[in-house]
Design a protein around this ligand. Structure first.
Ligand code: GLN
Length: 533
């Protein structure tokens, strides 16, 4: 039977609960335990797929096609395990399932209530993650902060789990903030005390506190927190601000958080195998050159909208010993800029990631044209591939009116068109082509050179596709279709072999990159960009 670690947060949002949960999971895995992770998001959307990336950040996609919170990206990058549909549960999913059961008559005449029906549903999701993953330990993060109206039903469910399973099977980590007050020049513990009191009001007793703080805390501060919060002093863990999030597991390791958890679970400690992670941190600390990459997108005002893309660029940088400097280019602004050189002239590589809708697409096309005409290494992802096709069709093949039916349903030359099985789709949520699909690579192409295999599995999130009616004419002008989904005859990768590095894919490679194992397409892109001085 699995044991459960719950990570809650208080005082403010944005404390890095997701990184804390991931770091704990990494440490437990390093001691030979099979771990699995899960996130509860209290909002009413069934999933974040319909949310604006500028508000919510990127949508992360699991291999089985779930659109999830971006924290799942951190989880996968830290623990290097593939998560699935049991890993991201929202209030929307819980309510929907309870209401569906009620309509189906499953509650046999009962009045359906918050407690026990909603809370039972939540508890079942926790146990389902444990049972279906076969994990020794499941780490569940609760989104939001204690005290939020939306998170009450989740906390009530955790209270019941803590009571039912007991402290040998559950461990509660509460993340708080210790602010530094300038003037009096001291760290303050009161917000932490108040937040723990709020958690206790919900009936939950934290086993450890992870305190985000700008400076290491003194024994005196820890004693005070321990006294007011009923947590042993060694279970008050500092989370001091770091340069790089990947350092955090090692910081927690020094403070023995994993040992504290295993002791409470009465599980053997075993030796932590962390050499590979220490080596990674050493690499990150000693990166030599800097490579400038221009990221052209319409959600650039919130960098989290491209979180996995940025992480993937960095991972590739670790492989080639370079720091990545990102030039954030707003694609909509680029549309009206005459002197594109002023924006892109120092760039060593251009990346155009995914996106939806018309706004900013002509700016992205402008950047792609610039990459093609100046032979600057280019990587296009999803919408980035579709726009590279449009640019090539217009400027190289002379198909002036080439576009996507996403931007203009009546376009004369739909080089990108709605997929056949999307034509009958009515609901927007959860109906894109999602998750893993196989792709076959053509030999003697850039893709084949870096993947070093002919069958690959990649994650998708799109509704439109390359229109095969235009394959011949584009091919005749030099475009190579190096990756194809053979079952559905869908174009997955395009390349321009006459250039140093021009490649774009319909899928999202950024979801499969890991800090110690960069994705082949990002690796090849950063290598070419590094060489492009
Ligand atoms: N909007 C495009 C489509 O739906 C691309 C999607 C994306 O970039 N994720 O096909």
């Amino acid at each position: 039977m699995a044991k459960y670690v719950f990570v809650t947060g208080g005082v403010v949002s944005g404390l890095g609960k997701g990184i804390t949960a991931s770091s704990i999971a990494l440490l437990l895995k390093s001691r030979g335990y099979k771990v699995f992770m899960q996130k509860f998001d209290p909002y009413i959307n069934v999933d974040p797929g319909t949310m604006n990336p500028i508000q919510h950040g990127e949508v992360f996609v699991t291999y089985d096609g779930c659109e999830t919170d971006l924290d799942l990206g951190h989880y996968e990058r830290f623990i290097d395990e593939e998560l699935n549909y049991t890993s991201n549960i929202t209030s929307g999913k819980i309510y929907k399932s309870v209401i569906d059961k009620e309509r189906h008559g499953d509650y046999l005449g009962a009045t359906v209530q918050m407690v026990p029906h909603i809370t039972n549903e939540i508890k079942n999701k926790v146990y389902e993650a444990g049972n279906s993953s076969n994990a020794d330990i499941v780490i569940t993060e609760i989104g939001g902060t204690v005290g939020d109206i939306e998170s009450q039903s989740f906390l009530e469910s955790l209270r019941q789990i803590q009571y039912e399973k007991g402290s040998e099977n559950t461990f509660f980590v509460h993340c708080t903030l210790i602010p530094y007050i300038y003037g009096s020049n001291e760290l303050k513990t009161k917000p932490t005390q108040n937040s723990v009191r709020d958690l206790r009001n919900m009936g939950i007793r934290p086993d450890a506190l992870v305190c985000r703080t700008p400076y290491e805390t003194s024994v005196h501060i820890k004693e005070k927190i321990s006294l007011f919060c009923n947590v042993p002093i060694k279970n008050v863990i500092d989370s001091v601000d770091v340069k790089n999030i990947y350092e955090i597991p090692l910081k927690y390791y020094e403070q023995k958080i994993d040992e504290i958890i295993l002791e409470q679970f009465k599980l053997p400690k075993r030796t932590a195998k962390l050499d590979y992670w220490k080596k990674l941190i050493n690499t990150i600390d000693n990166l030599k050159e800097t490579v400038e990459i221009s990221l052209v997108g319409k959600y650039v005002e919130l960098h989290d909208a491209y979180l996995s893309v940025v992480e993937s660029l960095r991972h590739a940088g670790y492989k080639y010993n370079v720091k990545i400097n990102i030039n954030w280019v707003d694609s909509e602004e680029l549309e009206s800029i005459q002197d594109i050189d002023s924006v892109l002239k120092n760039t060593q590589g251009i990346i155009v990631p995914g996106g939806f809708g018309t706004r900013g697409t002509e700016g992205k096309i402008k950047a792609i044209k610039y990459a093609r005409e100046n032979d600057i290494p280019f990587l296009g992802i999803c919408l980035g591939m579709q726009l590279a096709v449009i640019e090539f069709a217009r400027d190289v093949c002379g198909i002036e009116k080439a576009s996507s039916t996403e931007f203009d349903p009546t376009v004369k030359d739909p080089v990108i068109d709605l997929m056949a099985d999307q034509k009958s789709v009515v609901n927007i949520g959860g109906t894109l082509r999602l998750g893993n699909y196989e792709c076959t690579l053509k030999e003697n192409t850039l893709a084949y050179k870096y993947y070093k295999q002919d069958k690959i599995l990649e994650r998708h999130r799109h509704r439109y596709e390359f229109n095969n009616k235009y394959r011949k004419i584009l091919e005749d002008h030099g475009m190579v279709f190096s990756g194809i989904n053979e079952k559905a005859n869908l174009v997955e990768i395009i390349e321009l072999p006459q250039l140093k590095h021009f490649i774009a894919c319909q899928f999202h490679p950024e979801f499969k990159s890991r800090p110690t194992r960069p994705h082949p397409l990002f690796a090849s892109f950063i290598k070419a960009s590094k060489e492009n001085k």
